[in-house]
Design a protein around this ligand. Sequence first.
Ligand SMILES: Nc1nc2c(ncn2[C@@H]2O[C@H](COP(=O)(O)OP(=O)(O)OP(=O)(O)O)[C@@H](O)[C@H]2O)c(=O)[nH]1
Ligand SMILES: [Zn+2]
Length: 355
Amino acid sequence: MIDHYGWSDALARDFEPHARAGYRPGRVIVQRRSAFGVATDQGELRAKPSGRLLHEAGEGGVPVVGDWVALVPNPSEGLATIHAVLPRRTAFVRRAADSVQTLQVIAANIDVAFVVTSMNADFNARRLERYLAAAWQSGARPVVLLTKSDLSDAPQALADQVMALAGGCPVIVVSARQGVGLDAVRAHIAPGETCVLIGSSGVGKSTLVNHLSGEDRMATQAIRENDARGRHTTSHRQLFRLPDGGLILDTPGIREVGLIDAEEGLGVVFDDIERLAEACRFRDCGHANEPGCAVRGALENGALDPERWASFQKLGQELAAVEDKAERIAREAERRRQLSLQKAYRTTKKDLRGA
Ligand SMILES: Nc1nc2c(ncn2[C@@H]2O[C@H](COP(=O)(O)OP(=O)(O)OP(=O)(O)O)[C@@H](O)[C@H]2O)c(=O)[nH]1
Ligand SMILES: [Zn+2]
């Protein structure tokens, strides 16, 4: 059964030490409030991380959907225990809502990230860049899907425009309504590979998932529409198999992941700008008034779209602000730690003198 979830020789090698310790492999396919659902060779098991794993793993080590784990099935209790999370090949992360210094992994081991944006009036190049940056940063291969081509008068013109800003990743024109492009989408998901669809609300992700999975997931939608809190997600598998042997991971958290920071991805999506900057006369060129600035040159002769430049700067500033804040918080925590150490130290000295 785990073969259907992407188990491979490479994973089996990673797993060897765990196998020797008597653990079984499994892949997390759903995260519920009470427990994880894990696909194993003995079928789907309910599972919880061991106390030790929770204690030692810290924020990033808690299993998420898509993770491969080492577990002990306890058939009598009906609840397996997860003892380890295998190294992640790729991971989508975001900063925790309550603290900028905590990175939260929201999905793991994604091979292909379909960045979905629709071709109707809502098309927004800047938003697309953000989703792309997040996809690159995760380590997955990004593929842009331009949906609802039936609503566009000139789909190919928009596709060309998108190709120019998508940093060399594939761009596919899709219409679920007319059945356009679906085979091209399927061709990007090899058997055993896992994909996600990310993009803003309403661009057509659910519709595509329905078409790709070939099963009628309309029930899901009906529940979704009736339930503002999106309770439907708890009753469905979040990682599921496609007819051609691929897998889709679909959790509420992953869908709009692009709206968070994506520092490394920035350089890939804005590769043209990075290359321009390398051609500036001064290494530390601020692209303001320096002589021999290639970025300003490109802006002046029209080779660089001013909006694209503004978007790059804005994202860069946002990232810098987030990082500054994270650093400040870390420094403050360290200062407090030092203070309490000093206090403890003084107390000890006093105690010693008193003795
Ligand atoms: N014209 C046209 N409409 C489409 C197409 N695909 C989806 N739609 C419509 O777009 C609307 C939104 O589609 P969804 O699939 O629910 O969008 P979503 O991205 O899953 O949205 P969230 O669930 O909010 O994340 C629905 O009314 C669909 O019927 C298409 O190819 N052409
Ligand atoms: Zn410059």
